[in-house]
Design a protein around this ligand. Structure first.
Ligand code: MTE
Ligand code: MO
Length: 160
């Protein structure tokens, strides 16, 4: 079957878009250039891949915590215990999927300096999409490339 001319087709020249969705008062669609609006951080990291060995990269971009906080997660910022139920689910173009917890990146808890990279080794990620950078991860599996969606989810428990 041929492709219909009226069907929307992904435009390879268009900047990749990331959807911030879930339990957010201000869900958003962001491009990689949009990520330059937040304070930029740099991280030199190495991580191991089971198939390709140790990789070394220099990433730059905002803190994931800053980007997600601007989308106003549905918790009371003044109440620390309220945040502990929230998960962050990151999805890539190919369906690769990884979870973080909110507490992991929260300055009051795990304080992991996780970036949402806009640039790797001086190459902008405008076309491929942003990439989470987890300097404390020994393995590279959560460096999801080509992120299309980040879902903040606070529906976890308590179950009775
Ligand atoms: N979208 C996507 N991102 C991904 C993966 C994947 O399969 N899909 N594999 C992960 C794994 S297992 C590793 S180790 C790193 C590998 O990074 P590299 O491609 O720079 O070697 O990418 C991670 N990011
Ligand atoms: Mo890997």
């Amino acid at each position: 079957m041929g492709q219909s001319l009226t069907e929307p087709v992904a435009d390879a020249a268009a900047p990749a878009e990331l959807a911030l969705i879930g339990d957010l008062a201000r869900p958003a669609r962001l491009t990689v250039p949009d990520l330059l609006a937040w304070p930029q951080h740099e991280a030199r990291v190495s991580f191991e891949c089971a198939t390709s060995g140790v990789q070394h990269h220099r990433f730059a971009g905002p803190l994931l915590h800053d980007v997600l906080s601007a989308a106003h997660p549905a918790f009371d910022l003044a109440r620390r215990k309220d945040r502990l139920r929230f998960l962050i689910a990151v999805t890539g173009t190919d369906g690769h999927h990884a979870l973080l917890s909110w507490a992991e990146i929260d300055p009051d808890f795990g304080r992991a300096p996780v970036l949402l990279a806009a640039r790797v080794d001086d190459t902008p990620l405008d076309r491929s999409g942003p990439q989470p950078v987890l300097p404390q991860d020994r393995c590279g599996a959560r460096y999801v490339s080509g992120v299309t969606a980040i879902r903040v989810d606070g529906r976890y428990g308590p179950w009775t």
